[in-house]
Design a protein around this ligand. Structure first.
Ligand code: ATP
Ligand code: MG
Length: 461
């Protein structure tokens, strides 16, 4: 049995659905993030169809180039599920029935009152020297096998010890718990090479401006290495240290890099790190800063072109009920009027205007009895644009109540978003949250011009 460290890994995903683009391979992404977090660097991601020859040769090649191989999918009962057979061929071993797995499959099927068939029991098979990994959630067990190095590999074997393969089920709800329970305890991250990764999120800045502000921090020869990616108006900064230990020194280096990034980006950098996505980090930060006030501040929304997206972004965060009052989807003008928007303002300026956005925010604030109200009205397209108000024009207003409830204040901004209908709507909702963030985190004099904001470029009349 191999005891060499898992200095690198190859992740394979199998399935015709993935190859044909019917299914997005999220397992590989999840596994890669988990491995990096554990200090094991993925070397390659490979996707292969449900084809026995391809599976065997790809597994062979993967084992010849990395000490750890994780393959997902193809463990189920259908004829397209070939991972067990591929592993048996790779090891030149027959498939035998693993009695404990067979018993577990029988008991799970009985509990679900489903027939016990040969096809179902085939999932209990394993190559003779492989270990079955129990599946707490579904029927198909995983597999763990030691693969000896190829003796006369045409590729030239890159390491001479055994490689380890873990075969995990395709459904993410089965794969993830099996990874944590069965794979994690068997992993051996290299002790002499530490990997520390951290994700930070940046709002209200274009990618190029962010790179400018960070200066030589983003040089490719630095360790920690700092990378930036943009998605939906939020930037993700990845800090990755890879080098000698001890771990404390690596963490120190990452902390120092984060400190310099924070100095360079100020309020553009969110306080939350390592979130599921930039959007969830932004929503969580917004909720946290409302909840942190004494007393906590409440929020309401009034949405037109986003049709509830902003409310969805907020309520997707657990605990949002402590600050979120709810809102109004006022898509038709008649409903905007019912909320209390002045028909004359709609008539004079149109539904997509600073005036109407402002009134929506003020009426929402009063009706919901909230401390803040965000209102969004715009043209998401593809039709409905005019020369003065092209597709992508969106007005967002933030109304804030003060000690004198008769005198709320309003900040209104105009944006011109690019992209298709979905992009425009998503960017509008994200920008609304961004406005609220800067309202709390940047003094009025230093409020930045946000991405896509056009408020003062062409003053609205
Ligand atoms: P099952 O017992 O459900 O057949 P399996 O191990 O045989 O599991 P597959 O048949 O390859 O796995 O895939 C089953 C389902 O799991 C797919 O239809 C898909 O919903 C999900 N799935 C498989 N691979 C992936 C992947 N790489 N990323 C995300 N989801 C996946
Ligand atoms: Mg299957």
């Amino acid at each position: 049995v191999s005891t060499t460290p898992h200095s690198s890994a190859i992740i394979l995903s199998s399935g015709d659905e993935i190859i044909t683009g019917q299914l997005l391979d999220t397992n590989t992404q999840w596994l890669a993030e988990r491995l990096v977090a554990l200090g094991i660097m993925p070397r390659e991601h490979i996707s292969i169809p449900d084809d026995l020859t391809a599976l065997v040769s790809t597994l062979r090649r993967a084992c010849d180039s990395a000490p750890l191989v994780i393959i997902t999918g193809g463990l189920g009962p259908t004829d397209g599920d070939l991972t067990r057979q591929a592993l048996a061929q790779l090891l030149s071993e027959p498939l035998i029935t693993d009695e404990a797995s067979a018993a577990a499959i029988r008991s799970m099927l009985e509990k679900r009152a489903r027939p016990i068939t040969d096809r179902q029991l085939r999932q209990a098979q394993r190559p003779t020297t492989a270990t079955s990994l129990p599946n707490q959630v579904g029927t198909a067990p995983g597999l763990h096998a030691q693969v000896p190095p190829t003796r006369h590999s045409a590729l030239g074997t890159q390491h001479s010890a055994h490689s380890e393969i873990f075969a995990l089920p395709g459904p993410p709800g089965e794969l993830r718990p099996m990874f944590e329970r069965e794979v994690l305890p068997r992993l051996r991250p290299p002790a002499d090479r530490i990997l520390v990764a951290r994700l930070l999120y940046v709002i209200g800045l274009a990618e190029a401006d962010c790179v400018d502000r960070l200066g030589d921090l983003t040089r490719r020869d630095r360790n920690p290495l700092i990378g930036i990616t943009a998605s939906g108006g939020i930037l993700t900064i990845r800090i990755r240290y890879e080098g000698p230990g001890p771990r404390e020194a690596a963490l120190d280096a990452v902390d120092r890099a984060e400190g310099r990034i924070r100095d360079a980006l100020g309020a553009h950098l969110l306080a939350i790190r390592d979130a599921d996505s930039g959007l969830s980090a932004l929503a969580r930060c917004t909720i946290d800063s409302l909840a942190a006030r004494k007393p906590a501040r409440t929020l309401a929304v009034v949405e037109s072109c986003t049709g509830g997206m902003l409310g969805e972004m907020i309520t997707a965060i657990p605990g949002s009920s402590s600050v979120f009052r709810g809102g109004f989807i006022t898509y038709a003008n008649a409903l905007k009027e019912e909320l209390g928007v002045d028909p004359a303002a709609l008539q004079k300026h149109g539904a997509v205007s600073t005036e109407v956005a402002t009134q929506m925010a003020l009426r929402g604030l009063a009706r919901a009895q909230a401390d803040h109200c965000l209102a969004i009205t715009g043209i998401a397209g593809p039709d409905g644009g005019t020369p003065e108000k092209p597709v992508g024009t969106v007005h967002i207003a933030l109304a804030t109540a003060h000690t004198n409830p008769a005198r709320p204040t309003v900040i209104a901004k105009r944006f011109l978003f690019t992209g298709d209908r979905h992009d425009i709507r998503q960017r509008a909702a994200t920008s609304a949250l961004t406005m609220l963030h800067f309202h709390h985190h940047a003094p009025p004099a230093t409020q930045p011009r946000l991405l896509w904001e056009t408020t003062n470029l062409h003053p609205h009349k």
